[in-house]
Design a protein around this ligand. Sequence first.
Ligand code: SAH
Length: 225
Amino acid sequence: MTTAARKIRLVMELRRSGINDTHVLSAIERIPREAFVPEAFQDQAYENRALPIGFGQTLSQPGVVAAMTQALKTDRRLKVLEIGTGSGYQGAILSRLCRRLYTIERYRDLGREAEARFYDLRLHNITTRIGDGYKGWPEQAPFSRIIVTAAALEVPGTLVDQLSPGGILIVPIGQTGREQALLRLTRDEYGQIHEERLGGVRFVPMVAGLPATAEASQAPRRARA
Ligand code: SAH
């Protein structure tokens, strides 16, 4: 099967699973997922599954990326913050659907590789940072939308504080290795926060602080299954 055929098959599968936002579907069609997938997994780039990207981290399943993007209700006028750049795939999709994306990754090598992909794909409305996502991005706050692509044990208060009125935060909450609750928090015009549970997901953990330099440069590039 050709890449184009695999891509069409994936988009049809996403439609059947309830992704009906045409902007989200066309972003999935336009961003080449193979550019974010390690060499050894190229043949699986358009399978609806998560793939390893090194440092024990994963590139999320397309179905999860699509569902989270749709739930974020973003549009071309908005400023968006992503925590957990990883491969950069989720960020690339978001960049087509917002004015500017700010994305933070704690592993330097992952962040730099993602940045190179954004450059190659000419996604020029993305700003990357190596840092601890628990701190958010105070210099650029507030954000209309915030998406966390790693699981926290509780909703990070700093990120809630960096949300604009009318803003939406999406974050998986729960322990690693178990099903986590995908939460959507909305800040209304009066500053009140409303919380909804969107479903169950499985993400790698959101870890505070930066990896030790030695760990960052010597970690085996093997991934969790
Ligand atoms: N959005 C990514 C998914 C990456 S997996 C993609 O599309 O490929 C989650 C990522 O979050 C990992 O790369 C991990 O290193 C990162 N991460 C975990 N805790 C973090 C933190 N506190 N700050 C920034 N990044 C974090």
